[in-house]
Design a protein around this ligand. Structure first.
Ligand SMILES: NC(=O)c1ccc[n+]([C@@H]2O[C@H](COP(=O)([O-])OP(=O)(O)OC[C@H]3O[C@@H](n4cnc5c(N)ncnc54)[C@H](O)[C@@H]3O)[C@@H](O)[C@H]2O)c1
Length: 329
C-alpha cells in the first residue's frame, strides 16, 4: 500500500509516520494491507522518525501545497491513500487572510485537482476541525448541526470539506473528513494555534517551566490526545465509503473539560508545584476564537463507526508523560 502524507513535517504528521513505521500493516476495506511506501510532502523537509522500517520505502519531498506540478509528482504512478494534513493553523489563518486562503483552501483544491489525473480514485483523508462550528449553537452539537464558523480557519475547513464531499460524489476520490477536537497534549513548543495554551498549561509545568492560561477557568474545550488522533486517522482508512452515508464528514469523539478540570488533572499528575507554574493572563483575542468553538458533542456517527475518545483528562495527561514529556535537567 502506498500512502502520501501532506504536512508530513508537522505535529500530527510526525506522530502518524512514527505509528506507520512501527505498525506497518493496516486494516483497509479490502482486508489487511502492508504499507510498502510512504511519500512525505511538506514545505519544510519532513524528518523521518528513527529507527525507520526497512520494509517501507520512504520518499520525502519539499514543496508548496498549491504547486500542482509538485503534487502531480508526489502521486505519480498512483497512491492508494493521501492523508492531507498540510495547513496553517487557526491563529495564523486569522492573522493573515491571504495565507489562510492560499494554504487551507487553494492547497486543498490543488490536492483534489492532482487526484483528477489518477487512473483510480485514491482514498483521501482530510483533517478538518472543531472550528467548523461556531456562533449561535445548540447546547449539544451534532454532525448535522449547521456549520457557521466564526474564524477564517474554520471557514476554510468548511470549504475544504464541501469540495471533498463533491469530489467523492463525482468518484474522483474516496474522501473521509475527520473533524478533529483540539489535540492535546502536544509536545514541543507553543504554536500559532489559538488553542496552543491547552497543551502549554499541562506540558510546560510538567517539564518544570511556567505557562500562561489566557482564558477563564470555566471555559470548556473538547480534547483528543495525540495517541487518539493517530488511532482514529488509522481507523478511518479501514472503513468502507458506504458507511459514511450522504456526507463524508464526521466529528471525532473527545473529552469535554473545563480549564479548572485540566488544572486539577495537572495537579494530580505533577503535584501543587506544577499547578503553581500556571499563571492567568486573560487574552481576549484567544478567548474570542477558542470560546467560539463548542465543547459538548453528540458523536453518534463516529461512535457507530468505531472511532473512540480518550478515557478522561487524567488519561490524556498520562499519555503525554509516557510518550512526550522531556525532563529538563
Ligand atoms: N493539532 C490540532 O489541535 C488540530 C485540531 C484540528 C485540526 N487540525 C488539523 O490537522 C492538520 C495537522 O495539524 P498539525 O497540528 O500537525 O499542524 P502543524 O502546523 O504541526 O502541521 C502542518 C504542516 O503543514 C505544513 N505546511 C504549511 N503550509 C504549507 C504549504 N504551503 N505547503 C506545504 N506544507 C505546508 C507545515 O510546514 C506543517 O509541517 C491540519 O490540517 C490542522 O488544521 C489540527
Amino acid at each position: 500500500m502506498k500512502i502520501a502524507i501532506t504536512g508530513a513535517a508537522g505535529f500530527i504528521g510526525q506522530k502518524l509516520i512514527k505509528h506507520f513505521l512501527d505498525n506497518p500493516v493496516i486494516a483497509t476495506p479490502t482486508g489487511a494491507q502492508a504499507i510498502t511506501e510512504l511519500r512525505l510532502f511538506d514545505v519544510i523537509a519532513p524528518p523521518v522518525p528513527a529507527p525507520g522500517n526497512a520494509a517501507i520505502a520512504i520518499d520525502t519531498r519539499v514543496g508548496d501545497i498549491t504547486d500542482l506540478d509538485a503534487l502531480g509528482q508526489l502521486i505519480d504512478g498512483g497512491v492508494d491513500a493521501i492523508i492531507h494534513l498540510a495547513a496553517v493553523v487557526s491563529s495564523a489563518a486569522e492573522a493573515d487572510l491571504d495565507l489562510g486562503l492560499r494554504v487551507n483552501l487553494e492547497g486543498t483544491r490543488a490536492v483534489l485537482e492532482a487526484c483528477r489525473t489518477l487512473p483510480s480514485p485514491p482514498l483521501l483523508l482530510f483533517a478538518s476541525s472543531v472550528a467548523v462550528y461556531g456562533g449561535d449553537l445548540p447546547a449539544v452539537v451534532r454532525d448535522d448541526t449547521a456549520l457557521t464558523p466564526q474564524s477564517s480557519y474554520g471557514a476554510q475547513k468548511v470549504m475544504g470539506e464541501q469540495l471533498i464531499n463533491d469530489f467523492s460524489r463525482r468518484g474522483i476520490i474516496d474522501g473521509r473528513v475527520l473533524r478533529l477536537p483540539t489535540i492535546a497534549v502536544r509536545p514541543g513548543k507553543p504554536n500559532a494555534a489559538a488553542s496552543s495554551f491547552a497543551s502549554s498549561i499541562i506540558r510546560e509545568p510538567l517539564q518544570g517551566d511556567t505557562a500562561i492560561l489566557p482564558v477563564p477557568e470555566d471555559l470548556s474545550v473538547y480534547l483528543l490526545s495525540p495517541r487518539g488522533v493517530v488511532r482514529n486517522l488509522v481507523h478511518a482508512l479501514g472503513i468502507s465509503a458506504e458507511h459514511f452515508g450522504g456526507s463524508r464528514s464526521l466529528m471525532l469523539p473527545g473529552v469535554t473539560v473545563t480549564m479548572a478540570q485540566m488544572l486539577a488533572a495537572l495537579e494530580r499528575a505533577g503535584g501543587p508545584e506544577s499547578r503553581a507554574r500556571v499563571k492567568t493572563e486573560p487574552d481576549p483575542r484567544i478567548e474570542a476564537i477558542v470560546g467560539s468553538w463548542p465543547a459538548v458533542f453528540e458523536t453518534t456517527k463516529a461512535d457507530s463507526l468505531g472511532f473512540t475518545a480518550d478515557r478522561d483528562m487524567d488519561a490524556i495527561v498520562a499519555a503525554f508523560v509516557e510518550d512526550d514529556r522531556l525532563i529538563n535537567e
